[in-house]
Design a protein around this ligand. Structure first.
Ligand code: COA
Length: 94
């Protein structure tokens, strides 16, 4: 169906844990990513005790931004990734 999980990412010299998600095109729009990302948020909070969770999202990727907001992340800033592409950093205390 896809994947969803937590992965360390270095952004502007700081390492944070990102929640990442991908759903097969034919299965999108059914709430699967919301369910999986919410489970990862809860795992980050209650099993790992993290105080910061991020999403690294391209400006044009509105479904991913909406998903980040649905699990409580908020737009923090715009920056550039290691390929020099503009990305938005969504973050929050999970
Ligand atoms: C992002 C992705 C994982 C979402 O998967 P999904 O299973 O379709 O997500 P959900 O069904 O849980 O819905 C996510 C939300 O995005 C919203 N959404 C969908 N398309 C949207 C659009 N074009 N603009 C704004 N919001 C949109 C949905 O309406 C839903 O919000 P809602 O519940 O308030 O209606 C999926 O689009 C995907 O795999 N994209 C390609 C990979 C990718 O970009 N991954 C993220 C990299 S940062």
């Amino acid at each position: 169906m896809g994947d969803c999980g937590l992965i360390p990412q270095e952004v502007d010299g700081e390492t944070s844990i990102e929640v990442g998600y991908h759903v097969r095109v034919t299965l999108q729009g059914r709430g699967y990513a919301t369910e999986a990302a919410e489970a990862c948020r809860a795992y980050a909070a209650f099993q790992l005790g993290l105080r910061r969770l991020i999403g690294i999202i391209k400006p044009a990727n509105l479904p991913s931004q909406r998903l980040a907001e649905k699990i409580g992340l908020r737009l923090e800033r715009a920056t550039r990734d290691r390929h020099d592409n503009e990305v938005l950093i969504f973050s929050g205390d999970p």
